[in-house]
Write a protein that binds this ligand. Sequence first.
Ligand code: ADP
Ligand code: ZN
Ligand code: ZN
Length: 818
Amino acid sequence: MQHFIDVILPIPLEKCFTYSVTPSEADFLSPGMRVAVPFGKSKIYTGLVSEIHSKAPTVYEAKEIHQILDETPIVNTVQLHHWQWICDYYMCTIGEVLRSALPSAFLLESETLILKKPHTEVDESDLKDDEFLVYEALQHQSSLKVHEVSAIIERKNVLPVLNRLLAKNAIVLKEEIYEQYRPKLVRYVKMGREFLSEDKLEALLQSLSRAPKQSQVVLALFQLQASSKKPISVNDLEKTSGGSKAVIKSLVDKEILEEYYVRQDRISYEGEGENAEFKQLNEIQKNALETIVQNFEKQKVTLLHGVTSSGKTEVYVELIEKCIQTGKQALYLLPEIALTTQLIARLQQYFGDKVSVYHSKYSSNERVEVWNNVLHKNPKAQIVIGARSALFLPFSDLGLIIVDEEHEGSFKQFDPAPRYHARDAAIVLSRLHTCNILLGSATPSIETFHNARTGKYGYARIDRRFGNVLMPEMELVDLKEQTRKRRMKGHFSERLLEEINESLIEGEQIILFQNRRGYAPIVECTTCGHAPQCPNCDVSLTYHQYRKQLRCHYCGHHMALQESCLACGSATLDTKGFGTEQVEQELHELFPKVKVGRMDLDTTRGKHAYEKIITAFEQQQFDVLVGTQMLTKGLDFRNVGLVGIMNADSLLNFPDFRAHERSFQLLTQVAGRAGRTKKRGRVIIQSYNPYHQILKQVTTGDYAGMYKEQIYEREQFIYPPTNRIIKITFKHKEYNRLNEAAEWFAKSLRNTLMSTILGPEYPPVARIRNQFLKNVIVKMSLEESISKTKNSIKRVEKSFNAISQYRSVRVIYNVDHI
Ligand code: ADP
Ligand code: ZN
Ligand code: ZN
C-alpha cells in the first residue's frame, strides 16, 4: 500500500496538496506536524500535515516530502477544525488561515531571508558542523537565502538546520527586522556566583576596604538578596545603597556583580505581587456573576452589559480564577493590545506569571515561545491576553474565553485574508472546546444584543458605576447657533471654553476628542475651488501643519504644501474641516500655559509611544489630551473631569449601515472616560445637528432606544443581524476592465441567486494605490442557506476566472461586513 499525506501550504490554494511518504514516515506522522515540501519548480515550503491516507491524487503525481520538521504536532485537531470553519465561513483558503495563524518562524520557506541575530554572541562550540557553516557565512554576508544555505551545507534539506539555529538564537528571519518592536527591558543585578558564601563575601569586603562606595553597594545588595526573593533592579540598588550607577557598573565590570535583563512584561510577579487580594464584589457585580455562571451551566454564550466603569474587569477576574482553579486555560481577547498596559498590569497583579501576552508586535521568536507554552500547557501561559490572533494558539484545554469590548470594530480583520471577525470566530472556538464564553461591553453591538434579546445568548447587566459614581453629565452644544451668535473661538464653543476653564481651576484633567488626525482634512482654493488630490487614490490630501505637508491617509503619499493654488495660481488656499493637530494648536493659543498631549496615529507610531502618552497623562504631566478614537478604548484615568467632543457630525455621516451604532458606541465610550472617581464628570458634545436622534440617545444613555431604532432599520434595509450580507470587492488598475468584470460578476449572481444583489458600485474612495475598486453586495434572508449561497458565489467566481481578461481582477470577500 502506498502512503500519502495532505499538506496545507501557506499560500492561497483552493485545495491541500498531496505528497507521498514512506510507510515509516506515515507511521511517524500525525496531523498538525510540519513538513518541508517541494512546490512548483524550485520552491520549498513549510506545510502542515492535515491528513494521512492512501488515496493517490488523480491529476498529478505526488512528490516526495523533503523532511519532517517536528517530533510531535504543533497544531492540534481542534485548531484544524477551527481553521477550516474560518476558511469556509469567511470564504478564503486554509493556506491563508495557516499563514496568519502560525508565527512566521514556524514557516520557513525558500524565499525567506536569513540574517545573523544582532547584538548576541553565540557560543560556537554549541553549534553542530552544519550550523557553524551557516553561522560563519553570516559573519561575512549580511543575509542568505535558503537556497544559498543549501549550497553552503551541500544539502537540500536546510530547514532543520535553520530551525536549530533559530532555537539557539543565532539567526533571525528577515521579516523580523521590519518589526521595530523591542520589549522594554529592566536591568537587574545579583552577586557574582563566586561570592555567594559568607567567607567569600568577607574576603571581598576586605579587598574593597579602600573603596567604601563599592563595599557599601555590595553590602546593600547582599542584604537585599537575603531579605527578599524578588529580583533586585539596578534602580532599587541605587536607591538603597546610595551608590551611583557608575559605582554599580564598575562592580559589574570587575565581575563582582552580575547583570541580567528581564523583559518588563515577563517579570514574574512572585512574592507580594501575586495573588494580590481580589476585590470584594459589590451586590450588583455579584448578581451579574451569578447570572453569568448560571448561563454557563446551560452552555450559553453570555453578554455582560455593564456601563463604563461598572467594574466588569473585576467580574472577569473572578471567572478567570474559577477557570484556572480547574486547571483549564483561559483566553482574554481585546481589540487592541497596544492600549492595554493598564489591564495587563492589573491581571498580573492577581495572577502573577500565569499571564502571558500574545502580541503581534512581539518578534516571531517570542510568539513561538508563547505558542509552545500554550501547546505544552505550561502554567506560564495558563491565561493568555491577546488581540485577535491569539485565537489561533494551540489551546488544548480551554475553559473560558472573554471577549472584552466585544462591540469594537477592530475585532474584524479587513486585510489580508482571512477576513474574519474575532468575536464570532471565538464563539465557534468555544463550541469546539465546549468552553464558556463571555462577551463584555458597555455598548454591545446590535448583533450581540439582538442575540441576547431573542434568548440565544445569556444576558447579565450592571447598570451602575462602581461605588455609585454618577454617570457623567452630558450637554449638547449647537454649533450652528454658536457660530451665528459669533460665540466660537476657533473650534471651541463658549460652553466648552467655560468648562475647560473650570476644570483647569479645579485641577482636573481634560480629554478632547476629534475623530480626524492631521490639521485639516481638506485644503481648498477659495478662488477656483481646487483641492489637492492624491495622485494614487481618489481622496483629497490631508494637511499636516507640523510638517507643512499634504498627506494621503490611504497610501501615505505626501508632498509639501504649495504657497499658491496648483490649478489657478492664486494664493488663496484655505483649510476646511479640522483635525487633532489644529485642536492642539488652538488650545495653545487659547491657554498658553496649559500643557497639551496628543494621541493619534501620528503620535503613536514608535514602539512605546502609546504607553508613554498614557503614562504621562496618568501621572498628570499634562492637563489636556487631544486624540482620535484611540482614546475610547478602555482607558481608566482617575483625574479626568471633562470630556469634550469637538464635532460629532463626521461620525454620523459615515457611509456604512453601522455608522449610527458606531457613533453611539464611540461617543458613549469617550464620555465614559470622564469622572470615573467620586466627582461627577462632565461631557460637552459639539454638533451642527444637536437634534440628531443618536446624539439624544447618547446624552440620555438610552441604549435600548438606540437598539430599537437600529434594529428596525436593519430589518427595513436588509442588513445583519436580521439578514446576512456578503460584500464582494473587485480590484484592478484598469478602470474599464474593472467595470466590465464587476458587471459580469453581478449579472451572473443575479442569474444564479435568490438573494438581493446590490451594485456594482464605487465605494466612497473608489481608487486606492492606483487600483480601482467596485463593490457588489449580496443580501440574503436568514432562511436562505448561507453555505449554498457561498458555494454558488464560488462557482460564479470559477467561471469568472475562466475568462482570460478577467483573471487579473482581484475578488475579495467580506462576510457580514461592508
Ligand atoms: P469597567 O471595566 O466596567 O469599565 P473597571 O473594572 O475598570 O470597570 O472598574 C472601574 C473602577 O472601579 C476600577 O478602578 C476598579 O478598580 C474599581 N472597582 C471595580 N469593582 C470593584 C470592587 N468590587 N471593589 C473595589 N473597586 C472596584
Ligand atoms: Zn485655485
Ligand atoms: Zn493615496
